[in-house]
Design a protein around this ligand. Sequence first.
Ligand SMILES: *Cc1c(COP(=O)(O)O)cnc(C)c1O
Length: 367
Amino acid sequence: MNHITVTSPLLPALEEFNRVLQEIWDSKWITNNGSFHKRLEAALCEYLKVPYISLFTNGTLPLLTALQALRITGEVITTPYSFVATTHSIWWNNCKPVFVDIDPATGNIDPDKIEAAITPKTSAIMPVHVYGKPCDTKRIQEIADKYGLKVIYDAAHAFGVEVNGESVLNAGDLSTLSFHATKVFNTIEGGAMVMHDAETKKRIDYLKNFGFAGETEVVGPGINSKMDEVRSAYGLLNLKQVDAAIEARHQVAIKYREALRDVPGITFFDDMPGVRHNYSYFPIFVDAEVYGMTRDELYFKMKENGVLGRRYFYPLISSFSTYRGLPSAAPENLPQAHKMADRVICLPMHHTLSDEDVSRVLDCIIG
Ligand SMILES: *Cc1c(COP(=O)(O)O)cnc(C)c1O
């Protein structure tokens, strides 16, 4: 029995990749802002409808660098319902994460609960567009403006997501992306930061290159997080096929929704009005009492049948040993996040799922 995995990487055609490798070999320029790096930045600005972007070597370093660039200190308000890198980036900056509960309608940080978590030490909010569902960026900005806080979006899931034709990546002070192999758009490992102006891009470009502003000038304590030419070229090839991949995912989502709509005890998210989704994940939520089986029972039944869903995001970040001692990590503070984490299974969702694969997934749930 072959396994159906939760995701499958979007891969460029090998012949095309070989051709660009030849070009890189001929040029003998393999990293440090080479021509493919520049071309990928330009192509991503156009595709994502953002003014400035800076490529990184993964999706975690732009989070760390964003906090550095804005000189964030003290407390950072964030969501426990995410991949652990979100909170780790706060911790690595010697800041204190303050967890705020989520809105069950979206899985994103609940704007209504942010103000109560603000203290004199708060300097930033780090929300996540979880599963690529856009946060209430307007409300969050209003709160940030009222209290003089910075907003850094972990937009690792939100590649290509638009609200009323505008990129969600333009919200806040900075947004970060991950181009990891498991994401909608990948450069194997990779990531990026989106910013609003050329000055900020220049600073970020210094910071991702040890702080070098010239041959002999270092303007700050930078890090090394430059994307190399090979992965930039790979990214350029993948960008040409990402729309087709998103559409293939969309078709899978339609089939899942059709089949699961009337299954008692199983819920899922529908598309949001005015939003261009990227169908990066397809989470379902199991209400054990109604469905007649717990989330884990279903999860392991799927596994036995070779259907490898994932329990993203369980456990919550606030439950990990590093963070569970924080006052804001108390489960009473995060009831909605706990409820979602205890019920979720992300179904297989990628561009190569066949009708037969989709049926096999659904048979585990409905059959
Ligand atoms: C994938 C992911 C990251 C980290 O990205 P890497 O490229 O793996 O370093 C950060 N935040 C979220 C929400 C993610 O899903």
